[in-house]
Design a protein around this ligand. Structure first.
Ligand code: WT7
Length: 655
């Protein structure tokens, strides 16, 4: 494999100015961490974070795998992201360049963002919300969204952001699980020229029951969507905060205090509330923004993720602000008013660091190839100096296009592997040091101890594919699953590895010569569609909850050129198997049902109907056969244990 590998060394001028310059510098950092693990993280935690009370202990492993970092230190994340920059003289510096869906631009300085955050914080306090309470945030990309998160951090309330594309049912489930006291939302969100309701979905969620913990619904006015305001419960954010002081003493919290909960899908059951800390999380957010993105004072940084996902938390709300950077917050979608939107925004705002997902790149390649006007070559992208990719593997062809047409052949690409649970980058190039190989996320971030092992935890030699684990705890790791420590242990520190290794849930292989990592995909029943993570079981439960129609359903992923993976559902109905137009109509009905249960992102692309599913004699669904059928490939696997082989022909037909 190494023979034909195309290698891109860091450009000399980039390396010369980089925070981490050259492989020797990278290796020296790895060596420092290896020699004195706690000394290394302790040094960085002192350099990057301002502590109210300095910590004296770096890592406490007494209750492993419930690790504690910097436990006797106190700090405030919002102080670190806002006040500290103002105190350093950056008050007038632009923190956020907000571009709305329709193109209107608003610039917000650090002083202004601090004032806004303090007002919201004072508003929350006036409602009796205090340290340790949970606050849900269900809002689109906006300065208000970032400020709401910062305001929660400021008063020590734990925020839980729910992506605006999730349904009322999903929102309800998360509210119930967190026991939140308040929800911050907006009347609507604006995407692609359309206003989509948010407050109405909150009302629907609260109406589904189980949300008795909610005392207040705060509504930011974004558009002119009609809102039914329930007296005593609902209040416009503007009315709450107007006239409140623009200063607010931060609540100094212990390093382990939960900064946020973020729900993500696993292979079984309901989405899990991943709990992150304040100190360790913020350290890694700041450190990875500094080293992986090489962020400097005059950069314009743009992470296109939504604040509803972890990428938006770490690389919009916390990392760049902790370093006093200038960043873009974009409300809209990459294809509106046309597929040149990203390129136009890079040109208009002189973006220097651009971080997006392979799915977006692949869809923009298609659009650019069909229409020169939306091709990157039609824009001035000379401000770019670094590109990033996240969320799913980037195929070498997309990598090359991104490198050549967006980066003008001069910008390194950091392919960053990480997860909701890891808080920040885990395996990634450092752009001034690591030679790049398209399709590989290269090497672990300095201090991170990832390895590829077999089923019982033995190290595998380079060149042999296996299971990706992390051998040592790291500061920004998941602390627990909210309300379910047992599930945390079982999911991430399984007995297979004697409870010692963190299980990422992905397979990986290291290159025989370079040791570079390539992620080979999930090893559990988790799908990655357009960089969005979903459990097959969740989608199956949503389908079978359509009780009047569905008897049984099985969901698998199949490769898709644009979205990485596509959702393919095999469904047995309670009525005879439909064909033709009738099958199409029922498939649409089921898709809409899944959209209502989970959200539009979970709608299956293919739905195939069968009289049954392929099962073993003991009744177990043979998913590997379904995966082959979904791909449209001939069945070559052993089918001798299959009870009903004839079903394969029926399910193989596309209907
Ligand atoms: C899963 C985590 C990372 C934040 C956004 C997604 C896949 C993520 C890469 C990459 C190959 C990747 C993995 C991982 N993934 N980044 N650079 N190369 N695969 O966070 O929703 O928690 O999903 O996304 O499968 O386990 P998430």
């Amino acid at each position: 494999m190494s023979e034909e590998l195309k290698v891109y060394a860091p450009p000399a001028d980039f390396a010369a100015q980089a925070h981490v310059s050259g492989m020797a510098a990278y290796e020296a950092l790895c060596k420092e961490a290896e020699t004195d693990y706690e000394g290394y993280w302790g040094r960085l935690a002192k350099e990057l974070i301002s502590w109210k009370t300095p910590f004296t202990k770096v890592l406490n492993e007494a209750e492993a795998p419930f690790f504690k970092w910097f436990e006797d230190g106190t700090l405030n994340a919002s102080y670190n992201c806002l006040d500290r920059n103002v105190e350093r003289g950056l008050g007038d510096k632009t923190a956020i360049i907000f571009e709305a869906d329709g193109g209107e631009v608003t610039k917000v300085s650090y002083s202004e963002l601090l004032a806004k955050t303090c007002q919201i914080a004072n508003g929350l306090k006036s409602l009796g919300i205090k340290k340790g309470d949970r606050v849900m945030i269900y809002i689109a990309m906006s300065v208000d969204g970032v400020a709401a998160m910062q305001a929660c951090a400021r008063i020590g309330a734990t925020h839980s952001v729910v992506f605006g594309g999730f349904s009322a049912q999903s929102l309800r489930d998360r509210i119930e699980d967190t026991g939140a006291k308040a929800i911050i939302t907006a009347d609507c969100q604006v995407r692609g020229g359309k206003q989509l309701p948010l407050k109405a979905i909150v009302d629907e969620a609260l109406g589904l029951g189980g949300c008795d913990s909610i005392q207040k619904v705060l509504v930011v006015k974004r558009g002119d969507a009609k809102c039914a305001m329930t007296a005593g419960r609902d209040q416009w954010m503007d009315d709450l905060v107007s006239g409140l002081p623009t200063t607010c003493e931060p609540e100094w919290v212990e390093a382990e205090h939960p900064l946020f909960l973020l729900y993500t899908s696993g292979s079984t059951g309901k989405p899990k509330g991943v709990q992150h800390s304040t100190g360790g999380y913020l350290l890694h957010a700041a450190l990875t923004t500094k080293w992986t993105f090489d962020l400097k004072a005059d950069d314009v940084f743009w992470c296109t993720a939504d604040i509803g996902w972890v990428t938006g938390h770490t690389y919009i709300t916390y990392g760049p602000l902790a370093l006093g950077g200038t960043e873009i917050v974009f409300e809209g979608v990459p294809t509106y008013p046309d597929a040149g939107r990203f390129w136009k925004m890079i040109q208009d705002h002189k973006v220097s660091i651009f971080y997006t997902a392979p799915t977006a790149i692949r869809s923009l390649i298609k659009a650019a190839e069909a229409n020169d006007a939306v091709h990157p070559k039609s824009y001035d992208l000379s401000s770019l100096r670094l590109l990033g990719s996240v969320g799913e593997p980037i195929n070498p062809a997309a990598w090359e296009w991104y490198h050549q047409h967006v980066g003008g052949g001069r910008c390194p690409i950091v392919d960053t592997f990480w997860q909701t649970e890891t808080g920040g980058h885990m395996i990634t190039p450092l752009p001034g040091a690591t030679p790049l190989v398209p399709g590989s996320c290269t090497l672990p971030f300095p201090g991170i101890q990832f390895a590829v092992v077999d089923e019982v935890g033995n190290d595998l030699p380079w060149g042999k594919g296996g299971i990706l684990v992390c051998k040592k705890p790291w500061p920004s790791m998941i602390r627990t699953i909210w309300g379910d420590p047992e599930r945390f242990k079982k999911s991430y520190y399984p007995e297979d590895f004697k409870g010692k290794y963190y299980l990422a849930g992905d397979g990986a292989i290291r290159d025989e010569k370079t040791g570079y990592f390539t992620i080979t995909g999930r090893i559990d029943d988790v799908l990655n569609v357009s960089g969005h993570r979903m459990g097959t079981m969740e989608i199956e439960s949503a389908l079978v909850s359509c009780t009047e129609l569905v008897a049984e359903a099985a969901v698998v992923g199949r490769p898709d050129d644009t979205t990485g993976e596509a959702i393919c559902a095999f469904v047995v109905l309670k009525r005879p198997r439909p064909t033709g137009d009738e099958a199409k109509a029922i498939a649409k009905q089921l898709r809409d049902h899944v959209g209502k249960e989970i959200g539009p992102i979970a709608k299956p692309k293919d739905i195939r109907f069968g009289d049954n599913l392929p099962k073993t004699r003991s009744g177990k669904i043979m998913r590997r056969l379904l995966r082959s059928l979904a791909k449209g490939e001939a069945i070559t696997q052993d089918t001798s244990t299959l009870e009903n082989p004839a079903i394969l022909d029926q399910l193989g037909e596309n209907n």
